[in-house]
Design a protein around this ligand. Structure first.
Ligand SMILES: Nc1ncnc2c1ncn2[C@@H]1O[C@H](COP(=O)(O)OP(=O)(O)OP(=O)(O)O)[C@@H](O)[C@H]1O
Ligand SMILES: [Mg+2]
Length: 220
């Protein structure tokens, strides 16, 4: 079966003046349906850079990313955006919600952009994340744990086959972390590939496997 995501020999260089940072040095990664993969490694090892390249939010300087068999890396932004909407959900530590839209409207916007999902799907996600009573609230009216769960709801709104999560539980309480991990596990059990950059042992113990980065290389 075609992998959900495949990174082949990715390189990413950053330049500032004479200084060169090599954020990725020949990274290979294959993600298959149904697996929950933890991406770990010290600060600065390249985790967020790798996630951004997989999501088509950044382009590698060398190598290639494919998503469900289609080339993502170094394509026109419109093509990248279409591929992202169709297949990918993104969950970041912050900034998952538009502040001027209610929780339900944040989900609806994602569904509309993706051309997928309906009111029943929206309700199911909100109910599953215990947010049904908050669907009309603005993000500023939510508790920290609710904001985190609503961010996950938005990431799930287009029913993605690939979920890319960058430290999704770094700033939440233990209960919210457990909720988020459980929901991500369910997505994998339902056939998605889930990749989570994390420093959290709670996330790591739930992962099917761990990919470790060090200095831009996969070390295990
Ligand atoms: N936009 C940028 N411009 C210049 N250097 C960058 C940029 N983004 C990342 N880097 C550098 O690339 C390297 C990898 O950064 P990255 O953010 O991918 O690490 P990380 O593993 O996600 O770290 P953390 O655990 O702290 O989030 C670091 O040395 C970082 O300073
Ligand atoms: Mg990071």
């Amino acid at each position: 079966m075609t992998p959900v995501a495949e990174a082949t020999e990715l390189y990413r260089f950053y330049h500032k003046g004479d200084e060169e940072t090599v954020a990725l040095r020949g990274v290979y990664l294959t993600l298959k349906r149904g697996e929950l993969v933890g991406l770990m490694g010290p600060s600065g090892s390249g985790k967020s850079t790798l996630l951004a390249c997989l999501a088509g939010l950044d382009d590698p300087d060398g190598g290639r990313v494919t998503i469900c068999g289609e080339i993502m890396s170094r394509q026109a932004q419109r093509a990248q955006s279409l591929l992202r909407r169709r297949h990918i959900g993104i969950l970041l530590q912050h900034g998952n919600l538009l502040e001027h839209l209610s929780v339900a409207d944040n989900l609806r916007l994602q569904q509309d952009l993706a051309g997928k999902g309906d009111v029943a799907a929206r309700h199911a996600i909100l109910e599953r994340l215990r947010l049904d009573h908050r669907s009309g609230s603005l993000p500023s009216q939510l508790s920290g744990g609710e904001v985190a769960r609503a961010g996950l709801a938005v990431a799930l709104a287009n029913a993605p086959v690939l979920l890319i999560c960058d430290e999704p539980t770094a700033e939440v309480d233990a209960q919210t972390e457990a909720d988020i991990i459980q929901m991500l596990k369910e997505q994998a059990q339902n056939g998605a590939a889930v990749l989570i950059a994390t420093h959290s042992d709670a996330v790591a113990t739930e992962a099917d496997r761990i990919v470790r980065l060090r200095d831009g290389r996969v070390v295990s």
